[in-house]
Design a protein. Structure first.
Length: 244
């Protein structure tokens, strides 16, 4: 197992221990599979707007580059590649990258997967889009992590992040509910004290020369079993930033 400087060895070990389950839609990563449609829908919409691309095209982002930090098994990297991005996916867990590479090969997709964190990339390697979804709450130094990630966003490029707000509601739903009551996630997956308030996330980005353009919440409907966007940032939220 390889652990980069911005990663937590304990967190990397936690997720690599479940690596074989990345692509099982009813396995340990089922919450991410369920969450994917709203995450991808949001990114497609805001990135089409920013880059003035036609949302009706399948490979609407052809010619653009994207870095997926903390890509895991590639649950976002692959569909973003299908949208036309030239995708580089990085993760501190060697097993996660191994699973991602195998699945991409079986799917006939050309992705550039690497073991490591943003600090391990060449300083001159920049991308039109950098994403880090549900990662910042698992790193030991969130501001340092964002600073490293921001180095790889091209001027005028976009950063998209997602995390959990540090609220009582988030603790009740994401920790007590998801891990202990419903058993959606292994116990200990999340540590409430590491959740990031929107103002904190925006501050990290601002100090890394990235201006926050918007934030949107995401909520889960217990009846339909589906995620949707919401104005409320109380629990899950996504953040869009522009470099420079």
């Amino acid at each position: 197992m390889s652990v980069s400087a911005t990663a937590s060895p304990e967190e990397v070990a936690r997720f690599t221990a479940m690596a074989e389950s990345w692509w099982n839609p009813v396995g340990k990563f089922k919450p991410l599979h369920d969450f994917n449609p709203v995450r991808l829908g949001y990114m497609r919409r805001v990135l089409c707007r920013h880059f003035d691309r036609d949302p009706g095209l399948i490979q609407t982002f052809s010619g653009l580059t994207l870095l997926d930090i903390g890509c895991g098994g590639g649950l976002l990297s692959e569909p973003l590649c299908r949208m036309g991005f030239a995708v580089t996916g990085i993760d501190a867990g060697e097993r996660n990258i191994g699973i991602a590479e195998t699945h991409a090969r079986q799917s006939g997709l050309a992705l550039d997967y690497r073991v490591g964190g943003p600090e391990d990339l060449n300083e001159n390697e920049t991308f039109d889009v950098v994403i880090s979804m549900e990662v910042i709450e698992h790193v030991p130094d969130p501001e340092g992590f964002i600073a490293q990630a921001a180095r790889h966003v091209k001027p005028g490029g976009v950063f998209v992040g997602a995390t959990l707000n540090r609220t009582a509601k988030a603790y009740a739903l994401a920790v007590v509910g998801a891990e202990y009551v419903l058993g959606w996630l292994p116990k200990g997956t999340h540590q409430w004290k590491k959740f990031v308030k929107p103002s904190e996330f925006a501050g990290y980005l601002r100090r890394a020369d990235i201006r926050t353009a918007e934030m949107v919440g995401a909520s889960y409907d217990m009846v339909t079993g589906e995620w949707s966007e919401t104005p409320s940032l109380d629990v899950n939220y996504m953040i869009l930033g522009i470099k420079g």
